[in-house]
Design a binder for this molecule. Sequence first.
Ligand code: FAD
Length: 409
Amino acid sequence: MKKEQVEVLIVGAGPAGSVAAGLLRRRGIDVLVIEKETFPRFSIGESLLPQSMAYIEEAGMLQAVVEAGFQYKNGAAFSHKGQHTAFDFRDKFSPGWGTTYQVQRADFDNVLIREAAKQGAEVRFRHVVEAVDVSGARPLVTVRDPDGDVYTVAPKFLLDASGFGRILPRLLKLESPSNFPVRAAIFTHVEDRVPVGAFDRNKILISVHPEHVDVWYWTIPFSNGRCSQGVVAEKSFLDRYAGDDMAKLRTLVGEEPGLAALLKDANWDTPARQIVGYSANVSSLWGNGYALLGNAGEFLDPVFSSGVTIAFKSASLAAACVARQIAGETVDWDADYARPLKAGVDCFRTYVEAWYEGSFQKVIFHPKGTPEIRRMISSILAGYAWDTHNPYVAESRRRLGVLEQLCSA
Ligand code: FAD
């Protein structure tokens, strides 16, 4: 069997893998990326947060992303029973990017991995990681190539960016249950035919079901006259609806009058898909010679579009640690990787939990929100969940609790 060596092996060419590859190449480190699909390929996760732009820039991929012609995004709009509110991410507490893009992930992921390859990363599409042994001095990774031949790679360091594939969590039994209930999303792309001016295409629209506050819809406009349209609910709730995924999605859209009116002329030309039970966690984000990035580590929930931002943040933190380790330094992976990453993830978690309880919705829709507090909330919605200068990050649970009481009074 062929045996190879490389400095860093990355499993998966999604956002986490590509940005990690770019960041490592910029530090002069040899990188091999193993990706089981051919690109472009469909992926979910189409609305980015402004915080993510800092990592695209850090990885030297900004120009390519800007030139790709994606839909400009400057905020998030929310709608529930005729109430509307919008956050403009340019008006926020934390410094940094206030705008970003809504992207067809097939194209976006392709742009990022091509940029990583231009920076010198070797990328092998249609190669599948099948087994991993981390008991030795170096990880030993078994890969199957497109012809069915198997070879091994022994990297100095292994980054698992396999997303929902969750290669290392499964193979090394690191999976631990998420504390969220089993939710599912049904989604498709439509030609929306919304008249110009009838809808702010620069914002993601989050609509809440009129009767069920834990059921919500995303409408993510693209730059080509199409939208990504999805609905999220507990799996058991979606199972009550008759028909296939498209029938369920259209019935549910019909139950939200604002959304039904917006999409009244839409051409539903693409089959709907369903993803179930995507929330996931692990017992550890790192181990002997390896670390987990992005969704291969933890995935919370889609409601605040935080997934790609967290994937990039993990890539940025891990690339710095890997570079130091390869240079011979001792790295404290808990202190320098896992804990800093989790700090922001836990902040998002507080707001996700409060969203489904309905309490954060009270804050979002409250008519008398003070501008200063709205700017702090805007920062978090823009992805700045690691900015501890923001009191709603540093003390998210307590501050949110106080705010909710004020909004309920
Ligand atoms: P991925 O993007 O999943 O990439 C992993 C790659 O690894 C894939 O290309 C896969 O083919 C490859 N791979 C897997 N197994 C193997 C193997 N054995 N060998 C080789 N390659 C392998 N995030 C947002 O930021 N905004 C949103 O609006 C948003 N909406 C979402 C809606 C839903 C319903 C869900 C479920 C998620 C959403 N997310 C969103 C989250 C987003 O999809 C993910 O967080 C993001 O794609 C994670 O990136 P990643 O690089 O970790 O993994």
